[in-house]
Design a protein around this ligand. Structure first.
Ligand code: ZN
Length: 397
């Protein structure tokens, strides 16, 4: 069993970094993973999705084993642009190691975590053989972009094939300062509202002949921000509403404008859904009255994987390896976990996120080794140390 070829997490991270996979480019990143996974026995499916107005995107679903339970690792190989490469101390796509740090765009977010999980799966297979159940990876090239041809479509493809995920770990860089600090067990939702209030243009000296929409726009925005949306709860911060722009575009000081617009974004916890918020926003605007148009863009609903078997399993693996008891948090922006939560319990744990999306993005090599140990401990905990699924491992129920 020890004859399998197990990837080294540091070398694999370097190989991934050397693929300049700025969304929507794959640049060979998924080939690197397939080459590491196939020797372990993973069956790899390359999935290219496209939609009108968006570029085609390469994705990968790889599975070792055919029976359940299926423990899935989800991540993305696409990265944000490096900006001006000359601002970097090292080539952003070079994978250089200096002073115990591995540099490169996408190291922290999140090629190191993908490499760590592949290495962890390899070590598990080399040491104990394939587990009783399945290990899978769902890797997309469309997380940093519009996220239209990525995880959501792979999940649809899996559902159509009758593929079941029983638990999922997303490898986003969840630790603000040190490895083992934080697991994400949910995320807030996000909705943006676009409001335009209509009136009748006219001369400021003859306001009775005009209908100024701006006092109504101001009263609507005042009403929307008058009270806190909620006080937060045990698992979430209070929801927040931020007005992001108010636009009238009227350069004349003797003209009452015909319309005024504003946009606002709400980050909301599980006391709301996008639908209850839409209703509330419409009622609030109706309370002021007058003609207006309102449209919305929902980036994701809020969700929470209730602290339980999956978060316990990951938290104890982290504690065993790092000595830290992680905080279970729902802070921060959205991630692809927002799609996965409709299919199975999902938690997020990756490497330290301090330099993600920044110049000189890097990870500590020591953290990369430790993260590999954490993922291996998660796999062992999920399937049982000797191969049989642990009776408490399956987080369903
Ligand atoms: Zn990411």
């Amino acid at each position: 069993m020890t004859s399998v070829q197990v990837a080294d997490p540091v070398e694999l991270t370097q190989a991934l970094v050397r693929c300049p996979s700025v969304t929507p480019a794959d640049a060979g990143a998924l080939d690197v993973l397939v080459q590491a996974l196939e020797p372990l026995g993973f069956v790899c499916h390359r999935l290219t999705f496209e939609a009108e107005g968006t570029p085609p995107i390469d994705n990968l679903y790889a599975r070792l084993g055919t029976s359940g339970p299926n423990l899935c690792f989800a991540g993305h190989t696409d990265v944000v642009p490096p900006g001006d490469p000359s601002a970097w101390a090292a080539d952003p796509f070079g994978g250089k190691i200096a002073d115990g740090k591995l540099y490169g765009r996408g190291t922290s977010d999140m090629k190191a975590a993908i490499a760590a999980f592949v290495a962890a799966a390899g070590r598990r297979v080399a040491a104990k053989g394939a587990p009783a159940g399945s290990i899978s990876l769902l890797i997309t090239g469309d997380e940093e972009g519009p996220a239209v041809n990525g995880t959501a479509k792979v999940l649809d493809w899996l559902a159509k094939k009758g593929e079941v995920l029983d638990a999922c770990i997303v490898g986003e860089p969840t630790n603000p300062n040190y490895l083992g600090e934080m697991i994400k067990v949910g995320r807030r939702g996000s909705i943006t509202g676009y409001l335009t209030v209509h009136g009748t243009q006219g001369h400021v000296a003859y306001p009775h002949l005009a209908d100024n929409p701006l006092p109504r726009l101001v009263r609507m925005l005042a009403a929307l921000t008058a009270e806190p949306l909620d006080r937060g709860n045990e698992h979430f911060q209070p929801s927040t509403l931020a007005i992001t722009t108010i636009d009238v575009g009227n350069p004349a000081d003797n003209v009452i404008p015909a319309k005024g617009s504003a946009s606002f974004n709400i980050r909301f916890n599980d006391e709301h859904t996008s639908d209850t918020l839409k209703d509330w926003i419409r009622r609030t605007c109706d309370g002021v009255g007058g003609p207006y148009d309102l449209s919305f863009r929902v980036s994701g609903e809020s969700f929470l994987t209730l602290p339980g078997r999956l978060s316990d399993l990951v938290a104890s693996a982290i504690q065993r390896v790092t000595g830290h008891r992680p905080e279970l948090s729902t802070t921060g922006g959205t991630s692809d976990a927002r799609f996965i939560k409709n299919h199975c319990p999902v938690v997020e744990f990756g490497i330290v996120g301090q330099t993600m999306h920044k110049v000189d993005e890097h990870v500590a090599v020591a953290d990369l080794e430790k993260l590999t140990d954490v993922y291996e401990a998660v796999i062992d905990g999920f399937f049982g140390r000797d191969g049989a699924p642990h009776e408490n491992a399956s987080p369903r129920a």
